[in-house]
Design a protein around this ligand. Sequence first.
Ligand SMILES: N[C@@H](CCC(=O)N[C@@H](CS)C(=O)NCC(=O)O)C(=O)O
Length: 244
Amino acid sequence: MIELHACMTPNTLKAMFMLGELDLPFELNRVRVYRGEHFADGFEKLHPYRKLPVLVDPDGPRGAPFTVFESGAILVYLAEKTGMLLGDGPAQRSTVMQWLMLQMSSVGPSLGNATHFSSASVPGEDYSRRRFVTQAVRLCGVYDERLRAERFLAGDHFSIADVATFPWLWRHPGMVGIDTSRYAGLNRWLEEVAQRPGLARVQPRYKALVEADRADLADMDPDLMDRVMGRGRWWLGGESGPDR
Ligand SMILES: N[C@@H](CCC(=O)N[C@@H](CS)C(=O)NCC(=O)O)C(=O)O
């Protein structure tokens, strides 16, 4: 059975949503990032940068086991494996890839950083939060305009671009204080995608994952927090880190 190494993040939800859409059974392996399990010896064989999600397909190309890291690559791999949600022909596939790349390079990082700095800014320092919330607002406008004109991101067919983008635009803009009421096109699309059967299939398992990770986060070791959040003490070494 396909194995998904996972933690609570919209990037994991993308992979779960895709597996749900394809109705593929999978084993969910919760990696306890807030206990540092992804820093254990051997995890680098799954992901050299030690991030989640990672998918392991026991029945990969030529029947051999195959490991895929990076959520966007997981979606493309599953789409190619099944011939689903990628679009037909070079123009459709390129349109899907363009919106997928925009999600990976901009939507995820902007909203991820906006969320991080909304809860973890150093008191008195608001530049980082404002910068990423501003980028997120700019992106919400782009997606709203697209989704006023088209039913789905790549046109009239649901694709991996929608699967990749929904988990980030679903709740995160509101969580960082963006007034989402004015985005009629975006909201219409969010309502439609939220009804997808693939999401309903995996939502209880994702909810359980979030609850378990939140419990770990609540009493996390401060040194591990510094390491997971990439604040500097661990990675740059003591005094030389920016978080002195
Ligand atoms: N671009 C990656 C991002 C993955 C990512 O940032 N995962 C976080 C979510 S929990 C993680 O593994 N963090 C642990 C760490 O950085 O130590 C993807 O889309 O898969």
